[in-house]
Structures are given as C-alpha cells and as structure tokens.
Design a protein. Structure first.
Length: 678
C-alpha cells in the first residue's frame, strides 16, 4: 500500500490528510472533494499504524458510511473493517446496548420506528382523555414532530410551540404532560425511539465518567462528515468523545447549512474554534463540478452573508456559457419556457437525467408539472409527492366534487371522514339521508346531520361551515378553493400536519391553476386528468428521449447532488427567500439555500421568476438574491418596463410591454398570447 497520496490529491486536500492531527475544522466548499479527503485521511491513519477500532468515522447516512468504507478498501488494497463507522444513531445504539442499565433500561431494549412512536403517542392521548373525534387537537404526527424537535434542539415544548405552532400555546401544559407520559411509557416498555438514541447516549456519557473515559480513550481519531448539519446533541456527543485525545476532524461547509427546521445548528461549525482553542482551519476551495461562470455567481451571492467563514470557490473546468436570468409574466410562461428549453437541450444531446429543476417550496412546481405532462416529458419528483397526488389537494378537490355532484359517494366519504365524530357508519347514514332527499338546498342539507350522534353532529357542523363558505364564496373554481382554504379546513391542516404552512401554499397554487378553468366541471376534469396523466406518463408512458427522466426537486432534497443543467425557478421576492424569513439568521439560511441550488449546476444554470403570482396578484419583483449578482456575470432577459409597470394602474398600458428574448431564434408567440389574455 502506497503512502504517497500526492498524485491523488490536490494541495488543499493533501494538507488535511497529512496534518489533520488535533482539533481540525475542514471547510469543504461545494464540489471540492470532501469525501475523497476524508477517506484518504483514514487511509493515511491506517497506513501509519493506527488500529481501525481506534478510529471513529461519523456520517449522516448509512449509505455514506458504506461508500467511504468501500473507497478506503480500494485505496488500501485490502479488506479493512472499520467497526466504528456509521451514523450517530448507529454508534449510539452499539454503546447503549452495553450500558443501558446505567440509564434504567435493560440491555435488550427495542427501537421504536416512526409508526411505533405514533401508536404510543396515541395511547398517551387516550390516557389524557383526549378523543380527537370529539375535539380538535394536534394529531399524533404533529405531537411527534414537536417532541422530536425539542429533543434535538435541546429546548422546551413551549419554545417549540412558540416558534412553530403558536395556535397551540394555550394547551402547552397538556402537550407537556403527553410528552412526559410518552417518555415514561418508553422506559416502562424498555424501548427507545430514534431521538432517544442520541439523547440517552449523551446522558450516558455525562452520567458515567467511566463509560465516557473508556470511549474517549479508545477513539484516538474522530472524523465527522457534514458537520454543518449537526444539532446540539450530536455536537455535544462528539465533544465528549474527543475529550482525551483531542484528535477531532470535522468536515463541513457553513455555506451549505440549510436544515435548521430539523434542529441543525450552524453555530456548531461557526463556534468550533472557540470550543477547541488550538484548532486548525483548512479550506477546500478547488471545485471539480461547476464552470467558472457558475462559481462566480455562487461566490458573489454567498459573500452577502455576514455570519460565515469566507471562501472563494475556484474551478478547474473550462469557462462555458454565462448563467441566465429570465423574467416572465406568470408561472405559466415560466413553465412554458423551461419546458421548451428542456426539449431543445434534449435535442442537442443532453440526457434527461442530467437535467434538474429546483425550487424553494413544493407548490412552485405545479405549473411546470402540467406543462411537462402536456409535452410528454417524464420526470422524477424528489422531496415529496407530485402536486395532484398530495392528500390536501385531494381533500379540496373532494369538497369541490360534492359541490358540483351531490351523488359523488367517494368524495363524500373523503370529506366526512375528516370531520370530528363521523366514522364509516355515520357516513353511510348521512349519505342515505342526502340521496333520499331530492332537494339539494343548503337548508335541507343541514337536516341530514340529524341522523348522527351528538358527537357526530359536532363534525357535521364543521362540515356545514365549510360548505356554506363555499356557497357564499362564489361559483368560480378559484373562489371555491379559497373558500375551503379559509374555512375550518385550515384548522384541520394545522391539527394534522407539521408542515401545514406549506400545504396552505399548495392549495393557494391550486387556486391559481383554477383561474384558467371555464367552469367547475371542466376544472375538476382537468385536475383529474393531470393526476392520472402524470402518474401513467412517469410509470409507463413514452417520453421525449428514451426512458430517462428529468428531476424535479426541492433544493433541500437536492443537496449533495449535481446535474449538467439546472433550472432554479420561482425566484421572486416573497417566494425565495420565503416571506417568513424576517430575521437576519433566517435570511442568511435562505441565501445559503440559494447557494446550494446554484452549486448543483455543472454547465448550464437558468434562474427564473414570474411577475404575477397566485390569483393574478403582482409579486414583489425579483428575489433580492438576484439583485445581489453582478450584471456582468449573467445574461439577463427581462420583460421591458417590468420594473416600473403597475398592473393595477389603468393608466399603464399593457401594449407597451414587449418580450426581449435572449436569443432571437427562440419563440415568443406564446408569451405575447398570454399578455393578450391579461
């Protein structure tokens, strides 16, 4: 086995491999070969007599751990076993299995998966005397997310509610009792959930000096991947395990810290030098992925963050075309341009799976999904479910279906099963009453609830509130959708789902889609065909190119991946950064998210945004992140006069707006047609 890695590594990487003793912070920029650096560092340690059981390699996924071990074996030309490589949870489980008794558990404790955890929380709700069929209360899934976040952020239930669920602050004491009962029941059952593996491991190290000393002596070298994504508990565990030898090398990029919603804490990486006074700081700034043109934009954008380590990514790739910024009247025009450009790229020989469209929030993809389906372009959706297959979209469509067709039993079943106190037998009774009575008026509909129990009538009253809101909201599909959204159904979303805000945005986007419909029946038919078409087209149908699929993904899901062509869409103010990013810390994380999106691109980068948003309202112009880019770094394509035109001012003439294509040969017909439609 050779020990000279100078031919395999650049100078920055080689310094880390050879001089990585003591506390070391490796700031690995996007595409800079951080995994390569880690595996060669481990290979270097092994080649210098360090036993594999004395190396702790911590990763965030089992897949990453397996890949690193395979690459280390390849480098060392051997069959090296790294017994202490894996995720935080994996390492914690192995040690807790030996010392669980210290914490009051038996060593044969079991691990609860997410479904097991939900079942146990349901038991706690029942013991608390809460019947969710009798009253509105956070669902077990929402409670699970609240308790989990509190564990990982090392904060209180009340603080979590204050940050994420202000609506439930009035019942904080009840939720706290449920959390305590949930914890007690796990101990009684000799079981731990995934969060317990970390918190209990940390408690074990704190409580037992002998255990902490044993493993901190054993682990002579500790290497941690993706350190910017660690939460407070994980960082505390690593700090205790490194207490003896202080050979802790953490690798990460503060510019790619984007998971605060999972309790990841960027302060762990920013404060590393304060935690370890003698820490060395290495920077990996040579990028092997993107063209200089793309990296120039990325560097300029991230430079606007104040709380960071400064880095300047440098490319080893030849210069190519400049990134492009495109402005459009609305989401439809944006989607049409992207689809047409994808068709052109495929025609030029770019493989479909080398093309990705990224977005800040899932609802941003709706118009594009429709357009891709119309052009028979298959896509793989990452970060969630396709738009028309999402549960809350199906819920709202069910309300519209019974509004237009009182005999739709399937839609009735979906709608009524959401209501407090109405089960399958109650649904049957109500439907029998409705179908028996030929009068479809609201007053007659109200009487149908009389067949329900007292508890069921509470749910029926909630349904009627939603239905009456639809009746008074107007006949247009868009108005009916918004009537549902702004009714008791909004409370249902907050009760049932941790990501209720994103689900509200999806429904707002559905309302935008509905503006193009002539009437309710046509809209429902179009929505149903979209749902069926996207499913069939992406599973069985033919597509442009062969069987490859382009990728649609949220930026969060795209981290760590790369594509030859990347479109970043919806870059309007209020969308990206999102309108809740009011504090400087939130805004900086949004900018880091944009930076991650940019650095996924290898050759082509398109940044796009619409001027008009949901329900035809004017957006606030381009994202401030786009304004931060030097204009000489990009090719820009704007609607003439867009920066001063006011759609609400009758004195402004739409005829004065023209479309300025970046390249003359690109079509402009459809864009001008949409202006006529306005």
């Amino acid at each position: 086995m050779t020990e000279d890695f100078s031919q395999q590594l650049n100078d920055e990487q080689l310094k880390v491999v050879l001089k990585g003793d003591g506390p070391c912070l490796v700031l690995a920029g996007a595409g800079s070969g951080k995994t390569r650096t880690i595996v060669y560092r481990v290979a270097h340690l092994l080649s210098h007599g360090v036993h594999s059981e004395n190396i702790l390699l911590v990763t965030f996924t089992n897949k990453a751990a397996r890949e690193m071990k395979e690459r280390i074996n390849l480098i060392t030309n051997g069959d090296i076993t790294l017994p202490w490589s894996g995720t935080y949870h994996h390492v914690a489980y192995r040690i807790l299995k030996r010392y669980a008794a210290v914490l009051g558990y038996q060593n044969n404790f079991t691990i609860l998966d997410s479904a097991d955890s939900l079942d146990l929380i349901k038991m706690c709700l029942k013991e608390e005397g809460i019947d969710r069929k009798m009253r509105r209360f956070p669902s077990p899934k929402v409670l699970q997310s609240i308790i989990s976040y509190a564990h990982n952020a090392q904060t209180t239930i009340e603080d979590v509610l204050d940050q994420k669920h202000e609506h439930w602050l009035e019942i904080v004491e009840t939720i706290e009792r449920i959390a305590v009962n949930y914890q007690l029941r796990k101990v009684i059952a000799n079981a731990m959930d995934f969060d317990d593996l970390l918190t209990n491991f940390y408690l074990l190290l704190l409580k037992s000096k002998n255990v902490c000393e044993k493993y901190s002596k054993q682990f002579q070298y500790i290497l941690v991947d993706e350190y910017q994504d660690t939460n407070k508990v994980q960082a505390s565990i690593v700090r205790l395990l490194a207490d003896v030898h202080k050979n802790i090398l953490v690798v990460g990029d503060d510019a790619q810290s984007i998971y605060s919603f999972r309790a990841a804490d960027i302060e762990n990486i920013l404060d590393f030098e304060n935690q370890y006074n003698s820490a060395k700081v290495f920077k990996l700034e040579v990028n092997y992925r993107s063209t200089p043109n793309i990296l120039n934009v990325a560097n300029v954008v991230i430079a606007n963050n104040g709380k960071q380590y400064t880095k300047e990514l440098r490319s080893v790739v030849d210069e190519f075309t400049k990134p492009e910024i495109h402005e459009f009247v609305d989401d439809g025009e944006e989607a049409e341009f992207i689809t047409n450009r994808i068709v052109e790229l495929i025609g030029e020989g770019v493989a479909q799976d080398k093309i990705a469209v990224l977005f800040r929030a899932a609802f941003h993809s709706q118009a594009l999904e429709v357009e891709l389906s119309r052009h028979h372009i298959a896509y793989d959706y990452r970060g969630g479910v396709r738009f028309f297959e999402r549960a809350h979209i199906k819920d709202v469509l069910a309300y519209l279906r019974i509004f237009v067709n009182r005999n739709d039993t399937i839609a009735w079943g979906r709608v009524l099963n959401m209501q407090v106190g109405i089960g399958s037998s109650g649904v049957s009774k109500v439907l029998e009453c409705i179908f028996y009575n030929s009068d479809n008026g609201v007053e007659e509909l109200k009487k149908a609830g009389a067949v329900l129990s007292a508890r069921g009538q509470m749910g029926w009253a909630d349904f009627l509130q939603i239905y009456e809101a639809m009746v008074s909201g107007g006949e247009l599909p868009q108005d009916l959708i918004l009537a549902v959204l702004n009714s008791r159904y909004s409370e249902y979303l907050e009760n049932e789902f941790p990501d209720y805000r994103e689900r509200r945005q999806d429904i707002e986007q559905l309302a935008e889609f509905a503006t193009k419909a002539k009437d309710l029946s046509n809209f429902l038919a179009e929505a149903t065909m979209q749902e069926n078409y996207t499913r069939n087209n992406n599973n069985e149908g033919e597509s442009v190119g062969d069987t490859e699929k382009i990728v649609l993904s949220t930026v969060h899901q795209a981290k760590g991946l790369e594509w030859e062509v990347v479109f970043v869409i919806g870059l309007s103010a209020g969308r990206f950064p999102h309108d809740r990013a009011t504090g400087s810390g939130e805004l900086e994380e949004e900018r880091r998210l944009f930076y991650v999106a940019i650095t996924r691109a290898k050759k082509y980068l398109y940044l796009t945004y619409p001027l008009v948003g949901s329900r035809g309202d004017m957006l606030q112009g381009p994202s401030l992140f786009l304004d931060e880019i030097d204009r000489d770094l990009i090719d820009e394509n704007r609607v003439s006069g867009s920066t001063v035109f006011d759609f609400n001012d009758p004195s402004d003439d739409l005829d004065d707006i023209t479309y300025e294509p970046l390249f003359d040969e690109r079509p402009r017909t459809s864009f001008l047609k949409s202006l006529d439609d306005l």
